[in-house]
Design a protein around this ligand. Structure first.
Ligand SMILES: CC(C)(COP(=O)(O)OP(=O)(O)OC[C@H]1O[C@@H](n2cnc3c(N)ncnc32)[C@H](O)[C@@H]1OP(=O)(O)O)[C@@H](O)C(=O)NCCC(=O)NCCS
Length: 175
């Protein structure tokens, strides 16, 4: 558990460029989201873009959109289907200076609580459609699967997504 005082909140639109700065610093060039895709996600599913702040500074975030189906595909990474029953996580990212201090672990715990709250609130009138999710899906390289299994995700197996030289593993969290 981190000793840092973390504040988790819905990322405000003005912080999207700050998230993008962290994204391109931390992800390999061919895996990083563009500013356009982060802007699209914030605009279409704002409550699924969760920022993590230390003393008012953005240090990490988790961002998803919704899709239908049991598996994460290339297509589900690039759309937002408001009636989709799966939360597809695109990025879990922490700024370098704050890594290995338990922030990703804390962000994931908070994020799953957030989706549970959205489900319970029966606020399905929200424009993004969040509020009826059955599962959370993500893909990760082998070395990071322990982070997600520690947060309660189960291994599905090799993902159908092929991108770059290293295999992707699909993981799922069921509500
Ligand atoms: C992956 C990432 C989000 C981890 O953030 P973090 O705040 O440093 O992670 P935590 O400190 O909460 O780590 C929790 C546990 O996850 C595992 N873990 C974290 N980073 C890891 C890494 N680089 N390699 C292997 N295991 C790792 C460890 O088991 C760790 O526990 P430990 O520190 O007690 O050994 C961060 O390194 C990052 O932003 N990387 C670039 C973007 C990325 O690859 N995101 C994941 C996409 S699937």
């Amino acid at each position: 558990m981190t000793s840092l005082q973390l504040e988790h909140k819905t990322l405000p639109v003005e912080d999207v460029p700050l998230a993008y700065k962290i994204e391109i610093e931390e992800y390999p060039e061919d895996e990083a989201a563009t500013l356009e895709s982060l802007t699209f996600r914030q605009a279409n599913a704002p409550e699924l873009f969760q920022g993590c702040y230390v003393d008012g500074t953005l240090v990490g975030y988790v961002v998803s959109t919704l899709a239908s189906g049991n598996h994460l595909t290339h297509d589900s990474m690039s759309v937002h289907e408001p009636q989709g029953n799966a939360v597809c996580i695109h990025s879990v990212c922490v700024a370098k200076a704050y890594q290995r201090r338990g922030i990703a672990r804390a962000m994931l715990k908070e994020y799953l609580e957030r989706v549970k709250r959205l489900n319970q609130a029966s606020s399905s009138s929200e424009s993004s459609g969040a509020g009826h999710q059955e599962r959370v899906l993500l893909i990760a390289h082998k070395e990071l699967t322990g982070l997600y299994s520690g947060a309660g995700f189960e291994m599905v197996g090799l993902s159908e997504v092929v991108h770059g030289p290293d295999a992707w593993y699909e993981m799922v969290y069921h509500f």
